[in-house]
Design a protein around this ligand. Structure first.
Ligand code: FES
Length: 106
């Protein structure tokens, strides 16, 4: 258990409680966080769950897979700390994680 904070492009924040093993995409969609659609169901093939990890949490979230990187690089707001929320699994080590949503997902 823990919390993750999603911040929309306009600054609106949503603090969401998680159970270990849920993906950030699942957390966002089940808690009504706008801007994360998860159209492919978590297969890293739609790019509708793009989040940008807070600089302080880059190491904790680990590296992207090649598949994830390929999808993110097609995004108009690709950043070095961009991730697909479906590929990030909530766990105790990510308690307190902060991510923000890119402008194009408003
Ligand atoms: S839900 Fe489709 S890429 Fe994450």
């Amino acid at each position: 258990m823990g919390t993750i904070t999603f911040t929309e492009y306009d600054g609106t924040s949503h603090e969401v409680e998680f159970a270990d093993g849920e993906s950030l995409m699942e957390l966002a969609t089940s808690n009504g966080v706008p801007g994360i659609d998860g159209d492919c169901g978590g297969e890293a093939s739609c790019g509708t769950c793009h989040v940008i990890v807070d600089d302080a949490w880059i190491a904790a979230t680990g590296p992207r897979s090649d598949e994830e990187s390929q999808m993110i690089e097609m995004s108009p707001e690709c950043a070095p700390n961009s991730r697909l929320a479906c590929q990030l699994k909530a766990c105790a080590g990510l308690d307190g994680l902060k991510v923000r949503l890119p402008e194009f997902q408003m």
